[in-house]
Design a protein around this ligand. Structure first.
Ligand code: SF4
Length: 679
């Protein structure tokens, strides 16, 4: 008889962190439901959470280690594979030093695995060259919020959308497709009377719910938000007591935004002056306004600048530190918040303690019983350039796919292919694994114990649903084995034992235990064993003391259209797929609904090119080209084309620009100049 079972766990796709009840029949997932009292999602699930998990039992799963022999990846034993990885990493370190080795951790893995990954790089290898995909999505938001108030996470809870917020400023976020369950709450908030200010170049579902829609040209966010600050100061709508008591830098900000009159902003951004004035008034005069933003703001070379202009608005108007008010970068991957919390960042240790500070390093020297490196680490965008320059010789990639997700792939792929040694630990043979010297098969989310931290800082349990395939192993056990082979025996016997160490390393997690987070999780900060967790941040002030208002100058995108490349390309997701498509394209139902890529072209541009929907076109940038069917639609302005990044056969990152934000080193995925050619 086939055994039926049900396990409560947490979704592995996006950062909303929906609670799942996964029903199994034998060794297959039969259906997925969610309890009505689930804290993040109240029983709601999107199409990915409901129907997107058959990838776990895909026949494509990696089930045994692979070693490249004679140019071909061949099956090997675990002992052979781990011995080879340990030997090559040790040789590289001996010959070139620890700085010649880098590691990319995974926002799809658990907190426990991310914690051990950065500990492995720092204590076993001896380098701070560790990073994760936050560099490619919200690094600029995190940098800006840290600069403005000394924090790195969403201020609010999803639950505040249900009751507290009466004005939402949503920008650079197609929330319906990227964070579908949060979009449900946004729409419900509008239905109960909240106002929605949408700042978004593309027509999206939320447009229909907006009180005012500012349709800016891609890459002009700084001008728009400086313009709102101009109106707020000009009309005396700012909060003088809040500004006087809790902020610094008002005079400098007021001077910097003076030139950004609504008329000037209209010229730069295309946003009508009257709409800008309406949005500014609405935000400033609402009783409780929250700002929510996505990668449309952060993935620019001015991503930090634009995020700072959002922080300025919240601080100017005192729209932070009370229920329903705050700054909310919506985190993308299921555990991208947790990977950052765990210190998978070159400049920040677990708990966001600065890696450049001697007292921080001494604290971790004591905790881990080592002498940590004192040199600066590289971001993953810097690692690619360092690999080209021969400075990074070996790379350890756990659960990431830079050969598809990095910008300007014709630059990134040769860097990866040219490494002396590339080890990839993953569940599928993705584009990066195909370049590897050793591939280590790992467990998926559905096979492991651990925790994920969602976008609202909620630490939740992940529990095994199915047995792992073949000889695949869990990530933390692989890391422990390698640490032992490299001379540092670790003695963790469970994910819970690793979590116990995390509590010592990360002050905001100190009060959590598996028993305490068993039902519904807890939101950090949770510093003591009797602390209830924290629903919204900054009720008692900002971690940096006074909030800092930053004057921000406007810069054009790195690449503007010209005669050779007359169109702007911008990128994003679709509801049915996830990132590079490695998982969701192996989910039969999702792939059936959305099986192929497309480039969205405005009807005016399509008419000029003589193309219609379904017709293949070539999209060409200064860095590469792809062939893809056209989809003629007025969702974007004339002159702007849109592609998603889920399809390897039309990899949009062959086109995107790797110009970097100078503070956060995030690439300008969201704007590059292209031409479209009819085939
Ligand atoms: Fe999973 Fe996000 Fe969908 Fe929730 S909204 S079911 S977390 S993908």
């Amino acid at each position: 008889m086939i055994r039926e079972a049900r396990v409560t766990t947490t979704c592995s796709y996006c950062g909303v962190g929906c609670t799942l009840e996964v029903h199994t029949l034998g060794d297959r997932i039969s259906r997925v439901t969610s309890p009505l009292d689930a804290p993040a999602n109240r029983g709601n699930l999107c199409v990915k959470g409901r129907f997107g998990f058959d990838y776990v039992t895909s026949p494509d799963r990696l089930t045994q280690p692979l070693i490249r022999r004679g140019g071909v990846l061949e099956p090997a034993t675990w002992a052979e594979a781990l011995d080879l990885v340990a030997r090559r990493l040790a040789e590289t370190r001996a010959q070139y030093g620890p700085q010649a080795i880098a590691g990319f951790s995974s926002a799809k893995c658990t907190n426990e695995e991310n914690y051990l990954f950065q500990k492995f790089m720092r204590t076993v290898i001896g380098t701070h060259n560790v990073d994760h995909c936050s560099r490619l999505c919200h690094a600029s938001s995190v940098t800006a919020v840290n600069m403005a108030i000394g924090s790195t996470a969403m201020s609010n809870s999803i639950a505040e959308l249900r009751s507290d917020i009466d004005c939402l400023l949503v920008t650079g976020s197609n929330t319906t497709e990227n964070h579908p369950v949060i979009a449900l709450e946004m729409k419900a908030a509008v239905a109960r009377g909240a106002k929605l200010i949408l700042v978004e170049p593309r027509e999206i579902e939320l447009t229909r719910f907006a009180t005012v829609w500012l349709r800016q040209r891609p890459g002009t966010d700084v001008a728009v938000f400086n313009g709102m600050a101009h109106v707020i100061i000009r009309d005396g709508l700012w909060h003088p007591e809040f500004v006087a008591d809790l902020t610094e830098g008002f005079e400098e900000l007021a001077e910097a935004v003076l030139p950004f009159t609504p008329e000037v902003v209209e010229e730069i951004s295309g946003v009508p002056a009257a709409d800008l004035e309406q949005a500014a008034r609405l935000y400033a005069t609402s009783a409780a306004a929250g700002i929510f933003w996505g990668m449309g703001v952060s993935q620019h070379r001015t991503g930090t600048d634009a995020s700072l202009t959002l922080c300025n608005l919240a601080l100017l108007c005192g729209q932070i530190g009370r229920p329903g008010t705050g700054l909310n970068p919506l985190r993308g991957q299921n555990n991208v918040q947790g990977a950052g919390d765990m210190g998978c960042l070159p400049n920040l240790m677990p708990g966001y303690l600065p890696a450049a500070a001697e007292d921080t390093l001494q604290r971790f020297d004591r905790l881990w019983g080592v002498h940590l490196p004192r040199h600066k680490g590289l971001t993953n965008t810097e690692v690619i350039n360092a690999a080209h320059a021969g400075q990074v010789r070996a790379l350890y990639v756990m659960g990431e796919n830079p050969a598809l997700t990095d910008p300007n792939l014709n630059h990134a792929r040769p860097a990866l292919a040219g490494l002396d040694f590339l080890v990839v630990q993953d569940i599928f043979l993705n584009e990066t694994a195909e370049l590897a010297h050793v591939v280590l098969p790992a467990w998926s989310w559905a096979e492991k114990e651990g925790t994920f931290t969602n976008t609202e800082r909620r630490v939740q349990r992940v529990r095994p649903v199915l047995p792992p395939p073949g000889a695949a192993r869990c990530d933390w056990a692989i890391l422990s084995d390698l640490a032992g082979r490299l001379g540092q025996p670790w003695h963790y016997d469970s994910a819970e034992a690793i979590f116990a160490e995390i509590r010592q390393a990360v002050p905001a997690y100190a009060g959590m235990t598996y028993a305490r987070i068993e039902a519904g999780g807890l939101q950090w900060p949770c510093p003591t064993a009797d602390h209830p967790g924290t629903r919204y941040l900054f009720a008692g002030g900002f971690p940096r003391g006074r909030g800092k208002l930053h004057p921000v100058a406007y810069l054009d995108p790195a690449e503007l259209p010209d005669a050779q490349f007359p169109l702007v390309l911008t990128t994003g997701r679709v509801l049915y797929h996830w990132h590079g498509g490695v998982l969701s394209r192996r989910a039969e139902g999702l792939n059936a609904i959305c099986p192929a890529p497309a480039v969205e072209v405005h009807p005016d541009d399509a008419a000029a090119l003589g193309v219609s929907s379904g017709q293949p076109v070539r999209v060409v940038s200064r860095r590469g080209e792809v062939q893809v069917p056209a989809l003629v639609t007025g969702r974007s302005r004339p002159g702007t084309v849109f592609m998603n990044f889920h399809f390897a056969e039309a990899a949009v990152n062959l086109l995107t620009n790797d110009a970097l934000d100078p503070y956060a080193k995030i690439p300008e995925y969201k704007v590059c100049a292209v031409r479209v050619e009819k085939l």
